[in-house]
Design a binder for this molecule. Sequence first.
Ligand SMILES: Cc1cc2nc3c(=O)[nH]c(=O)nc-3n(C[C@H](O)[C@H](O)[C@H](O)COP(=O)(O)OP(=O)(O)OC[C@H]3O[C@@H](n4cnc5c(N)ncnc54)[C@H](O)[C@@H]3O)c2cc1C
Length: 268
Amino acid sequence: MGSSEPGPGPPRTRREPPRFRRVSVHRVEPASPRLVRVTVSGGDLEGLVVEEPAASVRLLLPASPGEGLVLPRWNGNEFLRPDGRRPTIRTFTPRRVDSENLELDLEVVVHGDGVASLWAAGAQPGAPAAISGPGRGYAIDRDAPAFLLAGDETAIPAISQLLEVLPDDTPTQVHIEVARPDARLALPDHPRATVEWHDLPSDAPPGDALVAAVRTSELAPGVRVWAAGEAAAVQRIRRHLFEERSLSRDRTTVRGYWKHGRAGDGEK
Ligand SMILES: Cc1cc2nc3c(=O)[nH]c(=O)nc-3n(C[C@H](O)[C@H](O)[C@H](O)COP(=O)(O)OP(=O)(O)OC[C@H]3O[C@@H](n4cnc5c(N)ncnc54)[C@H](O)[C@@H]3O)c2cc1C
């Protein structure tokens, strides 16, 4: 008995991300009262190479604090635990990879009740985690006449990396929105960078001050823009750049790093 009705077709499959590498917390230090630098280490980091700045890694955490770490399996579309539950995975910038000592620094915004935020705020040396990556970073056009970097606190690690590698003689405007004044911190020196910090008013939606800063920025002809932060806010930035400033898409990189009111990152 056959049917000529088209079936649902094979399940959608996506390319399997890099495997998870087991690590443990090695060191924890505050980069600012809002940003915690967590150094993880482990033999499994051997071979982890991050070539581009502003790349990403997935951080796998235990389902609840104190629980052991169960590595998930890729089912063709997503990672799942052997019991079928969704694992706790968040995305971060691999701020520093030390391939000699097999260490990796993550800088995590301590914003409240998020699993990763709580993990970073209370991380104890020896606590287990796992890392998969890297995900794509930013390909720098070294001939660009100018750069504009814009982000909220989650983008501070990526912006710091960019400042370390952008050409020394290229004018670079940096705009960073902070939810609290004490989130400001010293960024790597860049001879042609001007850095402006923008306080988010307590009653404003995240990203409001950043959007306003980009809207009022002068854009040099041919400028390359890199922006990251809360998804709806960076969407407003993207629209402004394309529709009101007529910036071409290949000169603009805009990435949603988190979604207001939703757990997980903004890129799902
Ligand atoms: C490519 C990429 C790189 C990233 N790099 C970094 C990085 O280096 N450092 C970093 O801290 N984050 C980074 N992020 C963002 C990070 O993945 C998200 O902020 C993530 O949601 C944090 O997980 P959580 O468990 O703390 O909160 P979740 O459990 O995911 O969210 C809980 C609640 O908190 C809210 N929330 C999440 N993040 C914030 C925030 N920053 N401020 C206020 N509220 C928030 C959510 O909207 C939700 O309501 C990156 C994201 C991407 C996609």
